[in-house]
Design a protein around this ligand. Structure first.
Ligand code: SF4
Length: 238
């Protein structure tokens, strides 16, 4: 199935908790792709996170029958995003492809958006990013290197979306489902993450969203997230 270039897609993701092993490859891939600075011990001790995805870990049961549970959480690109109406300078807005966009040049760092995000997936640059000389050449030229005082978060690797669109347009064809993926999806060794067009009824994300294990985070907040989770399958659960 192909995606019509003329008809705007709506991008979304499915996260299968049953496949996630908590390896954090998605976190590192996101960091490398999006020029996210390497965190320091000092900053961590001050609770200054720098990742756009976090893999939350929970423990279930008691030793020796204890089980680790993992859930990767990134920007949910909500259709009804609580972060958007509170920004005084319109630095965060919803685009026609369902992406919750962050305009770095507009952000004045009030952090209202982060305080209003029920998923806590927005990260504020308390520090100027510094990379060792050996890593200077690995910075992604398609992604802005952000400075101190800005809010940032997962963009569904919008630079990859734009590159795929340009390639398809140059070749005079439509985008194909699964033709490209954000860095986290590409890096996940267990295929726990799936990305695609929610407007395409045949896309893999839509097939997965129809699964009876599907749910969204904090539905009582009515945020209408574009990220859907698939429940863990636990045969020992009662
Ligand atoms: S890379 Fe995949 S398996 Fe590893 S933590 Fe991320 S989602 Fe889970």
């Amino acid at each position: 199935m192909t995606i019509q270039v003329t008809k705007k897609p709506k991008w979304g993701m499915v996260v299968d908790i049953d496949r996630c092993t908590g390896c954090q490859a998605c976190v590192v891939a996101c960091q490398a792709e999006n020029n996210i600075p390497i965190n320091s011990q000092d900053a961590v001790l001050q609770r200054r996170a720098k990742q756009w995805i976090r893999v939350e870990r929970y423990w279930e049961g008691d030793f020796p029958n204890i089980k680790a549970r993992f859930i990767p959480i990134m920007c949910q690109h909500c259709e009804n995003a609580p972060c958007e109406p509170v920004c005084p300078v319109y630095a965060t807005y919803h685009n026609q492809e369902g992406l919750n966009v962050q305009v770095y040049n507009r952000c004045v760092g009030t952090r209202y958006c982060a305080n209003n995000c029920p998923y806590q997936v927005r990260y504020y640059n308390f520090f100027q990013g510094v990379w060792p000389d050996t890593l200077q050449d690995q910075l992604n030229p398609d992604v802005t290197v952000r400075s101190r005082g800005l809010m940032e978060k997962c963009s569904f690797c919008v630079q990859r979306i734009r590159r795929a669109e340009r390639t398809a347009a140059r070749e005079g064809r439509d985008l194909k489902d699964g033709e490209f993926a954000p860095a986290c999806v590409q890096a996940c060794p267990t295929n726990a993450l799936t990305f695609g067009n929610l407007k395409d009824p045949e896309s893999k994300v839509n097939r997965l969203r129809a699964n009876r294990r599907a749910y969204t985070l904090l539905p009582e907040r009515a945020t209408e997230p574009s990220v859907t989770y698939l429940k863990k399958v636990d045969e020992d659960a009662h």
